[in-house]
Design a protein around this ligand. Structure first.
Ligand SMILES: *Cc1c(COP(=O)(O)O)cnc(C)c1O
Length: 368
């Protein structure tokens, strides 16, 4: 592929196909696959990702907010779209775009029934979210009677699935906790079935749940990070390919004397004669200030160049004293090597955060 001439995020759809195939190979044939494409497809390009996965036959999509679902519909996504965390103010828009809400508490449930009735809906598909230990959003096990009373005679909506979310599926030290979550969810489903006389689709696994808890695959799994190439462990990540590569270029090279400083607040002071490069990417692009002052690094001609001084809004400066390079040369921030996981660790964070932080200002280049 051609060398970058500005800051770009390359998205490799072949790597996406690979990750999808790998994750699917973990499932039995009856388990459906929901692709999580919230937050711009984990910072990549939700519409391109979803269109590609729709072609590959994915069963379902999920986003966090209604606005994200509307963007998928506008791009031509016809598969069902679950909205994980909708707010009542957007229910009319949600219905107009045939998006399917997660209903997670009494307020949201009654607001949705009203919205569905206002829109003359019959059997509108909804998903009931249960809290089994994450303590984030969801009904509790003891809300089943309330749910039965509130929904049993309601014609405007139809429960399409029951679901829950794991708190620590990537952490095998917390295996007992996850097993308890699975048991609680199964119990909720049994009790639902007793009251309602049927069972809708059931799902609770995220990517690490898919990899670590096959007994919890149930009717569908919801994968985000795995599709984008990260397995939350070295072992699992080996089988996946990061789909996004963040590239930039050297805008300018400086030679600085011992004692000179670099960047805002004069945060870096040179201990010797040095060569620095200025790169057009900064905290407004998603490279937070925590990567500055020697923590983060970029790769130039295969060599590591540490970020020196404070990260600016639109630029970073890196130390290239021992690197043979010129203005205009390509710079890799993360991709296949080093991965976003490695890059994010330099600032004590996780792949999820750095990849979703890459701002919309950066051009996305899709490799088909
Ligand atoms: C974001 C999210 C997922 C995807 O999790 P990954 O760890 O990225 O696979 C699944 N389910 C819910 C409810 C989520 O919020």
């Amino acid at each position: 592929m051609p060398k970058a001439q500005e800051t770009i995020l390359e998205i490799d759809l072949k790597a996406l196909s690979h990750n999808f195939d790998h994750l699917k190979s973990k499932l039995n044939g009856n388990t459906k696959f929901l692709a999580v494409v919230k937050a711009y497809g984990y910072g990549s390009d939700a519409c391109e990702i979803a269109l590609h996965l729709q072609k590959l036959g994915v069963d379902y999509f999920a986003v966090a907010y209604v606005k994200e679902g509307v963007a998928l519909r506008d791009a031509g996504i016809t598969a069902p779209v679950l909205v994980l965390h909708p707010q009542p103010v957007n229910f009319k828009t949600l219905i107009e775009h045939c998006l399917e809400p997660s209903l997670y508490n009494a307020k949201v449930l009654s607001a949705f029934i009203n919205a569905a009735e206002d829109a003359n809906q019959k059997d509108y598909p909804v998903h009931i979210k249960f809290n089994t230990g994450l303590n984030r959003i969801g009904f509790w096990e003891n809300d089943l009677d309330y749910l039965h009373t509130s929904l049993n005679n309601v014609k405007s909506v139809r429960i399409k699935s029951l679901f829950s979310h794991m708190a620590a599926s990537e952490d095998l030290n917390e295996k007992d906790f996850t097993l308890a979550q699975i048991a609680t969810f199964k119990n909720i489903c049994d009790n639902f079935s007793k009251r309602f006389g049927y069972l809708p689709m059931l799902h609770m696994c995220n990517t690490s749940g898919i990899l670590n808890f096959p007994e919890a695959h149930l009717d569908m799994v919801r994968s985000g990070i795995g599709l984008y190439g990260f397995g939350n462990s070295e072992k699992e990540s080996q089988h996946l390919k990061p789909i996004a590569t963040l590239k930039s270029v050297i805008s300018q090279i400086h030679f600085i004397e011992k004692g000179e400083t670099v960047g805002y607040n004069r945060a870096y002071k040179s201990e010797a004669f040095q060569k620095t490069a200025t790169i057009p990417i900064g905290h407004a692009d998603g490279i937070g200030r925590q990567y500055g002052n020697g923590k983060g690094f970029v790769t130039i001609n295969g060599k590591r160049a540490a970020i020196i001084g404070n990260v600016c809004m639109d630029m970073i400066m890196v130390n290239i004293t021992n690197i043979d390079c010129q203005e205009g040369d390509e710079v890799i921030v993360f991709g296949q090597q080093p991965t976003a996981e490695v890059f994010s660790k330099t600032a004590n964070t996780i792949s999820y955060e750095i990849i979703t932080a890459i701002s919309q200002r950066i051009k996305r280049v899709i490799l088909k």
